[in-house]
Design a protein around this ligand. Structure first.
Ligand code: GLU
Length: 553
């Protein structure tokens, strides 16, 4: 067959040749060692955790190597496109300080290697498609629905039976020039397929920067290069774009690894040297129904949507730290040695990237989040809670603002020193954890949560005496001495040694007496320093809460 003639028949009106295109994308001038990486999501909905994980990996590789991190939108599948998904992803990256410095950015498209939206690159793909036809490496397929639809499947089925082959070569492979020409004349559309050169049993070696060399079966499919609407699916767009845009490392999920043999075939057909790959591990969990480990699912797992973490009130840095923990095995020890260091100064290393699929571990994230919040100042926490509430809980935002001084007061308790208090796991926790501070969220019923440890009559006696002597114009030590004195008159031990020697002789010790005040005022037995809480609430409020409790006992 005369392939040049075939190429002209199939692509009579191409705007560019491959040579024209190559001229439009000169090699980047970057310092030695600088890596060019990219984030290339398809705009099919929310940003999911796997992609976010890859964005973090990309960003750190670019930062570490003084390289380029660009955003390319893989928007060739218009049926699955969700309007605004690109903007959402960009805003999210920006919020986490992971914004790209080229391609789609929050300030519009930037850079000399665009267009960065695949839907605007049709002429470029067509140049390479035509070249492959000229080289006899691609052929048109006229099946009505070329991708996985019945007719073609049936044909393949037949071929399987006849040849006992698992090759997926397309039935249109053998069309003559005349047959193709008459199809074109009849106005039939076509998909373009790669003529796969491999045979069963062939293998190829793929090098992955974190997993090393892996031997896998060669591709046996006549992969679709252009669909019958002229648009390329991922396997054709990826080699062309990453080649032209100067990508040095393709970072993508391990789920792409199974089709890397197709991509290598296309690189070879195009005479382009493949760039380095990093196939990142997939974040997994144990399936509640089957008990098996599986990757996070769009359908089943809310945490697969990165928005989940924002809505739950996790600090961005905590989510980043958690994912860096999964990405780089030396992150944790670095954080212990550098507790205050800016996270972006972490020396991310490709060599230290984990290879196994990690489990999503909410307990670990919570732990990191508590540490992150405990390192913030009271003002920072106050503001972060407000930002969270203004987006997710407007009523609480109002309460938080109206009670700013109280909120700052309770946040400040125990924040200084080597071992700061770690009661908040998320910013959302402030609402429930400190609900007793605000009249609007305090349920008076909760103030009656005493357990059986001390009998009701003693509780009443003690609280009544405490109310009668209520004095908050004292320092914390004086306050404690007052409580101790009152407790002593109600049968509590004022000397711990005496109490330990003979606990049944007493109603409890001074800590038990304090707990009665704590529960009466806050409804919980877990609060930061009680005397400070009482002072923040003020004498009138404390008095009214005590009166309510005493009256209802
Ligand atoms: N568009 C592909 C995806 O959304 C990108 C894979 C890649 O990074 O190359 O998964």
């Amino acid at each position: 067959m005369d392939y040049n003639k075939l190429a002209d028949l199939l692509f009579p009106n191409n705007k560019y040749t491959v040579e024209d295109v190559e001229k439009m994308y000169p090699a980047r001038k970057l310092p030695a060692g600088a890596q060019v990486v990219r984030f290339a999501p398809s705009p099919t909905g929310y940003l999911h955790l796997g992609h976010f994980f890859q964005a973090i990996t990309n960003k750190f590789i670019a930062l570490q190597s003084n390289g380029v991190f660009y955003f390319r939108l893989e928007d060739t599948d218009k049926r699955r496109e969700v309007a605004g998904a690109d903007k959402l992803a960009l805003e999210f990256l920006e919020e986490y300080n992971l914004g790209p410095n080229e391609g789609l950015t929050i300030n519009g498209d930037i850079g000399d290697y665009g267009p960065y939206r695949q839907s605007e690159r049709g002429e470029i793909y067509r140049a390479y498609a035509k070249r492959l036809v000229e080289k006899g490496r691609a052929f048109p397929c006229f099946c009505d629905a070329p991708e996985g639809k019945e007719e073609i499947l049936e044909n393949r089925e037949k071929m399987l039976e006849e040849t006992a082959s698992i090759m997926e070569h397309d039935p249109c492979r053998g069309l003559t020039f005349e047959e193709i020409q008459s199809n074109i004349k009849a106005g039939k559309g076509f998909a373009l397929r790669l003529l796969s050169p491999n045979k069963e049993g062939d293998t190829i070696k793929v090098y992955d920067l974190i997993k090393g060399e892996r031997e896998i079966p060669a591709n046996l499919k006549d992969v679709v290069l252009l669909k019958n609407d002229g648009i390329p699916p991922y396997p054709f767009a990826h080699p062309i774009d990453d080649h032209l845009m100067g990508t040095t490392i393709v970072v993508r999920g391990e789920d792409w690894f199974s089709s890397v043999n197709q991509h290598i075939d296309i690189f070879n057909a195009l005479d382009i040297k493949p760039m380095n790959y990093i196939h990142t591990p997939l974040i997994c969990k144990i399936d509640a129904e089957t008990g098996n480990k599986r990757k996070l699912s769009k359908r089943k797992d809310p945490e697969n949507n990165v928005f989940f973490f924002k809505e739950a009130g996790y600090p961005n840095v905590a989510v980043l730290e958690y994912l860096l923990n999964l990405a780089n095995s030396n992150f944790e020890s670095w954080r212990v040695q550098n507790p205050q260091a800016d996270i972006f100064s972490f020396p991310f290393s490709i060599k230290k990237m984990s290879t196994g699929n990690p489990m999503f571990d909410l307990i670990k994230l919570n732990d990191i989040s508590k540490n992150v919040i405990s390192r913030m100042t009271a003002d920072e926490v106050y503001n972060s809670v407000l930002v969270w509430a203004e987006e997710f809980d407007k009523d609480f935002a109002k309460i938080w603002k109206d009670n700013k001084q109280k909120a700052l007061g309770v946040l400040a308790i125990g924040r200084e020193g080597e071992r700061p208090r770690k009661d908040l796991t998320t910013f959302a926790d402030a609402k429930t954890l400190y609900s007793y501070m605000f009249k609007e969220t305090l349920s008076k019923q909760n103030l009656l949560g005493f357990d059986e440890k001390v009998d009701k009559a003693t509780i009443k006696e003690f609280l009544t005496k405490y109310l009668a002597n209520l004095d908050l114009d004292v320092d914390n030590q004086q306050w404690f001495n007052q409580v101790k004195e009152i407790a002593g008159t109600c049968g509590f031990a004022t000397d711990n040694k005496e109490y330990k020697a003979n606990p049944t002789a007493f109603k409890g010790n001074v800590a038990d007496a304090c707990a009665l005040i704590r529960i009466a005022i806050t409804g919980t037995n877990q609060t930061p320093d009680l005397c400070t809480i009482l002072k923040i609430l003020g004498k009138e409020e404390v008095k009214s809460r005590l009166e309510f409790v005493i009256g209802n006992l």
